[in-house]
Every structure is written in C-alpha cells, then in structure tokens.
Design a protein around this ligand. Structure first.
Ligand code: GRF
Length: 189
C-alpha cells in the first residue's frame, strides 16, 4: 500500500509536526507529510517546513482552509498545536480522518490552560490525549493517551514541558494505529 498522505495543521512552534515528519522520514510511520498548513504566517513551524522542503501553506480563515484541504485531499489531517476552533461544516467531511493532540487526559480539561487547571485542582497525574476530531471541542473518541506525574514543585511551565516530552511519541503511535487501520472512528453512542 502507498504511504498514508498526512496534512499537518499548526499554529505555532510545530514540535509535534516535526516529530510526525521525522517518524515518516525514519520509516517509523508508513506515511508522508504532504503539507504543513499554518493558521499564522509567522508560526515557527513554517521555518522547519521550509528547511525540510515540505509543501507549506498559510490558511488564515476557514474558507481558505476548506478549499486547501479539498484540493490536497489528504488521507489524514493531524492537528498539532492548531489553535483555531473548526466549525462542523469543516470537520464533518473529514470525520474519522481528522485527529488532534490535546495536552490533558481528556475528558479532563478540554480547552485552554490545561496545565494550570490540573495544578489548581491538585491533580496527581496529567498527560496528553490523541483523539478523533468531532464538531464538539476536544470531545471526540479517544485513540490513545499518555500520562505523567504532577510533581510537588511544578509550575504550569514545568508541567507543560513534561507533557510535551511525551506528546511526540504519543502522536506518532496514535497515527500509526490510524494509518494501519487499527484505530477506527465510531460515532459515540
Ligand atoms: C502541544 O502541547 C499540543 O498538545 C497543544 O499545543 C502544543 C503545541 O506544541 N495543542 P507544538 O506546536 O506541537 O510544539
């Protein structure tokens, strides 16, 4: 079978996108990054895309994103630090083929500021989740999660760094389950 064609959507630094691309290059993932699409022209991740000679685009509104995705026709869309909320109109045609990484153990802490919220709750563990994207924010079926301990001296920044440390392998593992057909989208009951 041909390698799965993945479009990666970013808004910032793009370290998850880089991990996905490296896994494709190394043969850890039977896939290729066909395009990096950023919501912001100044996203740091675009520098990496340029350096690597990856196809890259800026789509700053949903209409241009929709057109771009239609024309690229990827097998998978991986949201990796993508900070826009997508409408049902955009999401629904890609149901089961669009996935996201979120820095919490969903269903805990959907939305923003997950690390600070885990700390203020006195959580003893925290982590990250890769899930299928549905129209409801951070609520689609979970593909895989990874956990880290919360340590007594943690700040939101130290906890965020520990979580990011497990995100990259988690995202690659979850994408492997997707491209191999092991993880399949099912409508929640
Ligand atoms: C990650 O923590 C991701 O879970 C969250 O935003 C951060 C993006 O980091 N959605 P990067 O751009 O992949 O480095």
């Amino acid at each position: 079978m041909n390698p799965a064609r993945i479009a990666v959507l970013i808004s910032g630094r793009g370290s998850n996108m880089q991990a996905i691309h490296q896994a494709c290059v190394n043969g850890d993932l039977d896939a290729e990054v066909i395009s990096v699409i950023s919501s912001h022209a100044k996203a740091g991740g675009l520098d990496y895309a340029r350096q690597q000679g990856l196809s890259h685009h800026v789509a700053s509104d949903e209409t241009s994103l929709e057109q771009l995705l239609q024309s690229l026709s990827p097998d998978w869309i991986a949201l990796a630090g993508y900070m826009r909320i997508l409408s049902a109109t955009l999401v629904n045609p890609w149901l089961g083929r669009m996935i996201n990484i979120h820095p919490s153990l969903l269903p805990k802490y959907p939305g923003l500021n997950t690390h600070a919220r885990a700390l203020s709750d006195g959580a003893s563990e925290h982590g990250a989740t890769v899930h299928f994207v549905t129209e409801e924010l951070d609520a689609g079926p979970i593909i895989q999660q990874a956990r880290v301990p919360v340590l007594p001296d943690d700040t939101a920044d130290t906890l965020a760094a520990r979580v990011l440390g497990i995100e990259h392998a988690l995202y690659v593992d979850a994408l492997r389950l997707c491209v191999n057909g092991v993880a399949r989208f099912q409508q929640p009951a």
